[in-house]
Design a protein around this ligand. Structure first.
Ligand code: BG6
Ligand code: MG
Length: 213
């Protein structure tokens, strides 16, 4: 097996923004009288903003909402979410993640982000990790969300690498499916280890160094 590059999901792999997403969606749901809890929040992992809204609206009992109203709801969620993201600092990334990324670069691998988030660059800036990535493929350069492989295929293209030479690191089953669909190797961490579909299950982030010699 020849691996030349690593493509990292962001939320749930590099940083842990679940609670911020939860609090921001909860505020929006409460304002509409929609039931929303942590279990529903889990279903939003790796899912785009508008698709997440549709999942939350499954519990909405009022008149059908127009496209404009849905965009307004997603924008209000994003405003609350950005306020929470603005509180992030470099202390929100563990030394293990920072040092592992640096070591992967030292070993000569290309490194790209592969995140569905349109806030990815803002998050990387907040936590001081922008320079750890050679390329960034995120929610601003895709039209289809994971399980579609588009975000990872673009990341491989940005890096100038063939999909079969890339390893995708993901915490969401949808992201592992996307990596497989893109013809890449996959490493699962956290929740995604339970799906049993990835080539590797990581117990901890630095386990990557055992795969990338
Ligand atoms: C993914 C998160 O990384 O980004 C999802 O796992 C989120 O929960 C998605 O919905 C889109 O994020 P954003 O920042 O563009 O609203
Ligand atoms: Mg994720």
């Amino acid at each position: 097996m020849s691996l030349k590059a690593v493509i990292f999901d962001l939320d749930g792999v590099i940083v842990f923004t679940d609670q911020f997403h939860y609090r921001a969606w909860k505020k929006m749901a409460d304002s509409m009288g929609i039931y929303f809890d942590e279990t529903i929040n889990h279903r939003l992992r790796g899912v785009s903003r508008m698709d997440s809204l549709e999942i939350i609206l499954e519990r909405y009992k009022g008149e059908p909402l127009s496209r404009e109203k849905k965009e307004e709801l997603a924008a209000s969620k994003n405003e609350s979410y950005r306020e929470l993201l603005a509180t992030m600092t470099p202390a929100d990334v563990t030394d293990e993640v920072r040092e592992t990324l640096a070591e992967i670069r030292r070993r000569g691998y290309g490194i790209s982000l592969g995140s569905s988030s349109k806030n990815a660059k803002f998050i990387l800036e907040r936590v001081g990790l922008t320079d750890a990535f050679d390329e960034i493929s995120d929610g601003t350069n895709i039209t289809r969300s994971k399980l579609d492989p588009e975000v990872f295929v673009k990341a491989a293209q940005f890096l100038g690498q063939a999909p079969e030479d890339c390893l995708v690191v993901e915490d969401a089953e949808a992201g592992i499916d996307a990596g497989i669909a893109g013809g890449m190797h996959t490493a699962a961490i956290g929740e995604a280890t339970k799906c049993g579909k990835a080539d590797y299950n990581l117990e901890t982030f630095s386990d990557l160094l055992k795969i990338l010699s």
